[in-house]
Ligand binder design. Structure first.
Ligand code: DQQ
Length: 543
């Protein structure tokens, strides 16, 4: 067990032991952030699902509390599955969650705090006449789960949505209620996309087109667009789209049908699923959580005694510069962990070279980097590659270049985080026609671990880069996880890595440029990050 202890993270939320999956019911109440999560109290693999519970003052340091919702009634005996919180204007808190019944039917249940004046919300009461929603005619008993936070509309009703499927079309059902006990099903879906299969953990929320503030889930009106997110059961990927919510009949359409839910943009192009956002009334921001699963084997998880973690919570804003995507950024509180920093100005990285960054330990880092490109005097494009290619070893004219994280000295264990441009500038041919450049942002896990039975992928996607912008990167490194944000959070990639040699004091950080036709000038600021305290609530100290 101790053998694998270096994989444990220092500032990411993870349970003390055993299995965790989806974040559930996040909320802020009386000075505390609450995170609930799908939890197996008995083992490091999925099963026996109950709601784990932890609280934090700042979204970074966490105290574990006793489980909040356990499997003890016929309507949730096979699992207390995912759900969401709704805060009512009078200060009451309503929790809706999916129960998997004694007969293996997915139903929606109502729970509420036994004492809403308790800042820790320790005790939860289940409504005696649960379930409050059962699969409607035509919907399969196993295709009905994960209620969202409800929003209040001009009809004076609370509206919520939850994921389902008909044939192979993923869709979101809409329910209305005034008391959270009785619900009416709308005859329209919020949205449906053929071929996307079952939608899990739907998230639906407004974003302000001014791009600077988060909005309460009930906000609407001019200057507001709505984001619809679905977690696709078939592929275990989180897709979102930005669009318009028609409040008259509770339907939503994407701004761009080619970027619809399930076929367009993803919240994160790495290991990431079942995300959920909430409106943080404490700091007027929308905060997004996401579950990061393991990429090693179940045997390894059982050996190490725990599995999975949550992302650093991210603020979510509409990107008013592009108008086509969201911006995700680690909450500002992560900066409270920053210790000493190193700064590097315009380091030259020539084609085919690696530059070490002497920063001391490199397992807990917050890295901000900017890259300038200097075109070398070649004529025409040689050996061009679209997208991420097979990984960072595949060279092309304008990429890959970036950083090598969690690397050993011999560079035999490392994780490249890189950009690759399909083209650059207008001087690439003797006729000075302007060329269009598309930029890909990628993480190559293929050499990240020498351990057996680890799934190692090349993750990535395109990232919008506007004309006057430099390429920029933010990377959080935490022992066995790397969260990478390109261009202020337009494209995000989370990866699990399982170094065997690049651990503790042996882990290093490098710059690299594997492009053939450009020099890179890199400017970086790199902080060592402190560990967060994530430990049991000290009841014995206070009682
Ligand atoms: N996880 C929960 C379900 C949800 C799935 C069960 C998504 O409610 O659909 O643990 O990961």
């Amino acid at each position: 067990n101790a053998m694998l202890s270096w994989q444990r993270t220092a500032f990411h939320f993870q349970p003390e032991r055993n299995w965790m999956n989806d974040p559930n019911g996040p909320l802020f109440h009386k000075g505390w952030y609450h995170l609930f999560y799908q939890y197996n109290p008995f083992s490091a693999v999925w099963g026996n699902i109950t709601w784990g519970h932890a609280v934090s003052r700042d979204l970074i340091h966490w105290l574990y509390l006793p489980e909040a919702i356990v499997r003890d009634m016929w309507f949730d005996i096979n699992g207390a599955w995912s759900g969401s919180a709704t805060l009512l204007p009078g200060g009451e808190i309503v929790m809706l969650y999916t129960g998997y019944t004694h007969q293996q039917v997915q139903v929606q249940n109502l729970a509420y705090p036994a004492d809403a004046s308790d800042p820790l919300l320790l005790n939860w009461v289940k409504y005696a006449k649960n379930p409050v929603m059962v699969p409607p005619p035509g919907i399969g008993p196993n295709d009905f789960r994960d209620p969202t936070t409800a929003w209040f509309g001009p009809d004076n009703k609370w509206t919520l949505t939850l994921g389902s499927m008909l044939n192979d079309s993923g869709l979101s059902l809409v329910y209305k209620t005034t008391d959270f006990i009785n619900y009416e099903l709308n005859d329209h879906f919020l949205h449906v996309v053929p071929g996307t299969g079952m939608w899990e953990c739907v998230d639906f929320y407004p974003v302000s087109i001014n791009g600077s503030v988060g909005l309460d889930t009930s906000a609407n009106g001019p200057g507001v667009k709505h984001v619809l997110k679905a977690s696709l059961d078939d592929t275990k990927l989180d897709y979102y789209a930005i669009g318009t919510y028609f409040i008259e009949n509770d339907t939503w359409i994407p701004d761009d049908p080619d970027l619809d839910v399930g076929i367009g943009l993803r919240l994160d192009y790495g290991k990431y699923y079942a995300s959920k956002s909430f409106y943080d009334q404490n700091k007027q921001r929308r905060v997004l959580w996401g579950w990061i699963n393991e990429s090693d084997s179940e045997v390894a998880d059982i050996t190490k005694g725990w599995a999975s973690l949550q992302t650093i919570p991210r603020t979510v804003l509409y990107d008013k510069k592009t108008g086509t995507n969201l911006l995700q950024w680690p909450v500002e509180e992560i900066e409270s962990l920053r210790l000493s920093s190193h700064e590097f100005k315009e380091l030259l990285v020539k084609p085919g070279t690696v530059v070490p960054l002497h920063i001391g330990p490199a397992t807990q880092l917050d890295i901000i980097a900017e890259f300038e490109i200097e075109l070398l005097g070649s004529e025409g494009i040689v050996n061009n590659v679209e997208g991420c290619g097979v990984g960072a070893v595949e060279r092309s004219a304008f990429g890959p270049f970036g950083i090598l994280a969690i690397a050993n000295d011999q560079l035999s264990e490392l994780t490249p985080i890189y950009f690759r441009l399909s083209n650059y500038g207008n001087g690439t041919s003797t006729t000075t026609t302007t060329t269009t450049t598309s930029t890909s942002f990628c993480v190559d896990e293929t050499r990240s671990s020498k351990a057996p039975d680890v799934s190692k992928q090349v993750f990535g996607s395109k990232v919008p880069v506007l004309n006057d912008e430099k390429l920029s990167l933010r990377v959080l490194v935490d022992h066995s996880i790397i969260e990478s944000f390109a261009q202020g959070g337009r494209t995000v990639i989370s990866s699990r890595v399982y170094p065997t040699e690049a651990i503790y004091g042996a882990a290093r950080l490098f710059l690299f440029n594997n492009a053939t036709d450009i020099n890179i000038k890199a400017s970086l600021k790199i902080w060592q990050l402190n560990s967060a305290f994530i430990r049991p609530f000290p009841f014995h100290d206070t009682q």
